[in-house]
Structure formats: C-alpha cells, structure tokens
Design a protein around this ligand. Structure first.
Ligand SMILES: [Zn+2]
Length: 393
C-alpha cells in the first residue's frame, strides 16, 4: 500500500519520496495498528504521485513500516496541533470557507466531517468519489469500485444539500458521455479524475479513447478536478488542454508543481484558463510543499497575488477514522493547509535530515492579504462550481 508512491519510474527525481517513516517519532511512540489503518494509508498514498526514486519495498515490510509511521504521526498530531502558534488568523470569508478537495471513502465519517468542518469555518466541501483509493482497489483494478464510490458521494450529498458537493469519478477510457450525463442527472456537480496519478495512469491523458469524455466535459462546462503529475505527464496535459479549450479544469496540488515554481509559472502562462488547487495534503507530502513555500516565500506570494482568481483552497483531507487520534490529525491538516495561505506562522511536521524523520515544527506562512485570500477560500470555487452550486443553495 505505501508502495503506491514508492515504485521506481520514469521522470525526474526532483521530489523526494514522500511518506518516509518518521523514525524519531516511531521510536518515541508506542506502535499500534487499527483495522482501518491500511485503508488510511492506501487512501493518502494514492493521492500522491511525486516521482518515486528507489526500489519498491516488500509489501509486508512496507505495510508494517507505514503502519508505524501513520500510527506515530497520528499520535503526535495532537501535540503538534496543541503547539499551534498564536499568530492571529484572519476571519474566514462571510458565509464560510469552501474546501474543494475532500475525499470520501466511507459513509461512517460523515457526521464527524460535518462537525469538524464547522470548527474550522468550512461551510461547504466538495466530496470526491474515491474508488481508486478503496482498500484492495489495486488488485481489482483502479476503477473496479467506481459505481459504489460514486453512489456513496451522491447519496451523502443528497442528504446534505449545499454543504457537501458531490464529485463523481470516471474512467476516461471505459465510460461514455451518456454515463456522465446520467451521473449529472443524479446530482453530480463535477468530476474527479485520477488518471494523471502515475499509479493510475493506464494510458496517456490525451489517448484517443479518452476523447469523447474530454469533449463532453468541455461542452457541458462540468467542473473537473484533475490530479496530474506534471513532471511525468506535462506534455499530455498540454495536449488535452489545447484540444479542449472549454474544459473547466482545476489542477490539484498546484498542478503538481508546488516544489517547481518555474513549472508552475510556465503552466499558468501556457494555459490562461487553467485553475489550481492549493492542497498540500498531509504528512511528508505536505511538509515538502510547506518547506518549499517557506524557501520561496516571496516568489510564491507574488505569483499567487498576481492572479488570485486562479487559486482555490483545498485540503486533500481523507477523513478516515483510523487510530484514536484522527480528530487531531484532521484538525492539523486543515489548520496547516489553511495556515500556509493565511498565517504568518503555522504548526506542522517538519522533515529533518538526514533520516527525513518528521518532527513537530513551525513554518512561515504566506500570510496573503485579505483581497487575495478571500476569493481563494470561497469565491473562486463558487465561480468554478457555477450553476450546480446555485442549484444546491
Ligand atoms: Zn486528493
């Protein structure tokens, strides 16, 4: 499971392997495993697709190491959260924040999700169908559980209209525009596409078999959240965007360019209508992004400030309730993904050389001014979601 982002592959090794075992924490914290832990690991790992140097670990060893990693991280998350720096946090926008990147792997988490959204001033969340992230999905094929995963987000959103906004997932090659239309008819607001994740990349994004769905998504202006590794698949993304200029596309995790600002700037220039989600996610993947933004503080800040309408807040939360410390782990992820945008300082794990252990720390945030921050936290996503959001109100 943890090997999802650890397989060797083509592409640059610009990004270090995410999710290393936080050795110091593992040593200091009793290691326990919980029934849902494998699911959590799969879910969070599947979201990442930084190029992965190094050999794949054997699955049992990797599972054990990752279980230790996640258990330790979860245990210590509350401590990191409690150590949250006291820098003043600007008030959320009137009406609350909209988080456009929350995976929903299980119905059981919904009450807690709603309760904790409120605590963070998040009034609405896009919930993403997450079939490729279901436990065991790799063995059965990444899209084997597509139907149940789509049913889940549609059902849950129907019970919380206007608060939870459903995005279904599609298999670009296997499905047709009629399938998309049927899902929209059932209430889908948008579509989450995973095929740009290197673990789920079965064929090029611009493959001819994908064309009917790209065309339909563009023609209907359906909001699309695309995960794409732009180290590996930049040319494919360029080709899709050139062929389908009507696509209403948000590219997740700063379009895979959080640690490569030249690439981010180039993507912005090459595709003026392309939008970017600000999610840095969790654990080592987030630590890598936060550290990069700290190093490049002024440049990131001015890059966002030059085009604030192109950035939309997301957390990439995977609300699984694994281990006793899940509430503080969720809190920490939200606080940090918001903190990097709005705070002078915020708490999160830092990766310490040489072992890449995760230890509690603080980062310098971007502290974006209100005129830049406010649309990122709400208005840009409202515009992107457009008609569907108005229907849900
Ligand atoms: Zn995600």
């Amino acid at each position: 499971m943890a090997g999802m982002n650890q397989r060797p592959g083509a592409g640059s090794t610009a990004n270090p392997r995410p999710r290393r075992v936080p050795a110091l924490l593992a040593a200091a914290t009793p290691v326990r495993t919980w029934p849902l832990l494998p699911a959590l690991l799969l879910l969070s790992a599947a979201c990442r697709d930084a190029p992965a140097p190094g050999p794949a670990p054997s699955s049992s060893a990797a599972s054990a190491a990752s279980a230790a990693s996640a258990a330790s991280a979860a245990s210590a998350a509350s401590a990191a959260s409690a150590a949250s720096p006291a820098s003043a946090t600007p008030a959320p926008p009137a009406g609350g924040i909209l988080d456009l990147h929350v995976h929903l792997p299980a119905r059981a988490a919904v009450p807690a999700l709603l309760e904790r959204m409120q605590r963070h001033g998040i009034s609405r969340a896009v919930i993403l169908s997450s079939s490729p992230l279901f436990p065991g999905a790799r063995a059965r094929g990444p899209f084997a559980e597509l139907g149940p995963a789509n049913d889940l987000v549609l059902d849950v959103a129907a019970a919380h209209p206007g608060t939870l906004i459903p995005f279904v997932a599609l298999d670009l090659a296997a499905q047709r525009p009629a399938d998309l239309d049927a899902l929209v008819q059932r209430g889908a607001c948008g579509v989450k596409l995973y095929q740009g994740n290197h673990e789920l990349h079965e064929r090029p994004l611009a493959d001819p078999s994908h064309r009917p769905l790209w065309e339909a998504l563009a023609a209907r202006r359906i909001p699309v959240l695309l995960h794409v590794n732009t180290v590996r698949y930049r040319a494919e993304l360029d080709s899709v965007l050139r062929a389908h200029p009507g696509l209403n596309l948000v590219c997740a995790h700063f379009c895979g360019a959080r640690t490569a600002l030249d690439r981010l700037e180039d993507l912005m220039k090459a595709h003026p209508s392309l939008l970017f989600d600000t999610s840095n996610g969790s654990a080592a993947f987030a630590a890598e992004g936060f550290a990069s933004f700290e190093r490049e503080h002024d440049r990131v800040r001015s890059l966002i400030a030059r085009a604030p309408e192109r950035f939309l807040f997301g957390s990439d939360l995977v609300p699984t309730q694994a281990g006793p410390d899940w509430p503080s782990a969720w809190d920490l992820q939200w606080e940090a993904n918001l903190g990097v945008l709005r705070a002078e300082r915020f708490a999160f794990w830092r990766t310490q050389p040489p072992l890449k252990a995760l230890t509690r720390g603080e980062y310098r945030g971007l502290a974006l001014p209100p005129e830049v921050l406010t649309p990122i936290l709400r208005g840009n996503a409202e515009r992107w979601l457009g008609a569907c959001l108005r229907r849900l109100k």
